[in-house]
Write a protein that binds this ligand. Structure first.
Ligand code: PMP
Length: 408
């Protein structure tokens, strides 16, 4: 990978923050955008914008072709069999909520079980809490190991003939571990359950093949994979989507409308009520072109190496605790520095131009599991370098010294 050429394509990276060259280590929260994505959206607004699907005029057709073209790009990216398996949503959160509000509410009875873990992002926890409250289904949590991961034996033992849905993240946004999705899919299917995979963190880094994984639902967030905010994807097997009720109603999602009733368009359109997220879908399509021009395998290899390098370098710092497993790690490191609040760590690092995230990372139950209220997290993407990891390490050593003096 030509890292110099890649960095050149991200205008935002070339700036000083607080008098230092920016080191952006917060891509797990949101990645930066290459010029091709920004240009694709500007080009659309400057030359092709109109509403989609209904217009017969030239701009209407151009906009429709671009929007549906983006759907086709997502389908190819995920190796979906049919573009009708790709639903555009506002984000990963909206995609999970769609499955929960539509599929789960219709298919869960009192006493049925939804299997998940305490390490899920709130986006993959709270929608299921709401399903449980509405249907009488029970949430069952796969027990976590001390490092926050779980074993397949425990996953199997948590499932039963009452399991209707298994829902897990592909890659943890806090610990960076990659879960064994293929094996979990097998287990879920053996129990007659469907599986939902939260791919918000994995899709930016891994080649995802929904057919090979045999997942039932898979969600991703465009803004974490070089695309714009406001666009996400729900992949669902056609056999499932075709029987799901819409959860939003209005224009574009209908087939026939009478005064007192209406019938629905086919999937995915029945789930995309109203004027869709056109420019953002086109931006996501451009992001996919960008990622594929580098190659997902190359990207995965590069960011995993960078994550491992960061893990090793941060492990050398006295008084720094790293959370998560020692192996099978991906491109982020979550940590705490003895006696320094993570918000203070992030604030001091910011004075050196280094952007890391501090907080509960939308994973309060996992924070409680580790008996902390928050952590700091440095996350890496294809535009980061080992030199930037070194700057982080230097910044942390300086932070430690700064607070070491202050404490004493
Ligand atoms: N799941 C995981 C694992 C995430 O990291 C995130 C984003 N932090 C989400 C879901 C939600 O994504 P979004 O906020 O883009 O809807």
């Amino acid at each position: 990978m030509n890292i110099h050429a890649i960095r050149e394509q991200f205008p935002i990276l070339h700036q000083q923050v607080n008098g230092h060259e920016l080191v952006y280590l917060d891509s797990a929260a949101s990645s930066q955008k290459p010029r091709s994505v920004i240009d694709a959206m500007r080009d659309y607004y400057e030359h092709s914008h109109a509403n989609v699907h209904r217009g017969v005029h030239t701009l209407g057709s151009r906009a429709t072709d671009a929007y549906e073209g983006a759907r086709a790009k997502v389908a190819t990216f995920l190796n979906a069999k049919d573009i009708r398996e790709i639903v555009f949503t506002r984000g990963a959160t909206a995609a999970i909520n769609l499955v929960a509000s539509s599929y789960a509410r219709a298919n869960c009875q009192p006493g049925d079980e939804i299997v998940l873990t305490a390490a899920e992002h709130h986006a993959n926890l709270i929608p299921w809490q709401q399903v449980a409250k509405a249907t009488g289904a029970i949430l069952k949590f796969i027990p976590l190991q001390p490092d926050g991961t779980f074993t397949l034996e425990d996953a199997a033992a948590t499932m039963s003939s009452k399991t209707k849905i298994v829902t897990v993240s592909h890659m943890s946004n806090v610990l960076g571990n990659v879960n064994p999705i293929k094996e979990l899919v097998q287990l879920a299917h053996e129990h007659g359950a469907v599986i939902v995979v939260d791919g918000a963190q994995s899709a930016p880094h891994h080649k995802v093949d929904v057919v090979q994984l045999d997942v039932d639902f898979f969600v991703l967030a465009g803004h974490k994979m070089c695309g714009p905010t406001g666009i996400g994807v729900l992949y669902g097997k056609q056999a499932l989507l075709a029987h799901m009720e819409p959860v939003e109603f209005g224009g574009d999602m209908i087939e026939f409308v009478d005064l007192h009733d209406a019938t629905w368009n086919e999937a995915p359109y029945r789930f995309e009520a109203g004027t869709p997220i056109i420019a953002e879908a086109i931006g996501l399509g451009a992001a996919i072109d960008f990622l594929e021009s580098i190659g997902m395998e190359e990207i995965n290899k590069y960011v995993t190496q960078l994550g491992n390098y960061a893990y090793e370098r941060l492990s050398e710092i006295d008084g720094l605790t790293i959370y998560g497993p020692t192996k099978n790690r991906s491109a982020l490191v979550t940590f705490n520095l003895d006696e320094v609040h993570p918000h203070d760590v992030a604030t001091v690092l910011d004075t050196y131009g280094i952007a890391v995230r501090a907080g509960h990372h939308c994973c309060q139950p996992l924070m409680r599991y580790f008996d902390v209220s928050s952590t700091a997290r440095a996350s890496f993407y294809l535009y980061n370098t080992e030199a930037e990891v070194d700057r982080l390490v230097d910044g942390l050593i300086q932070t430690k010294e700064f607070f070491g003096h202050a404490i004493r």
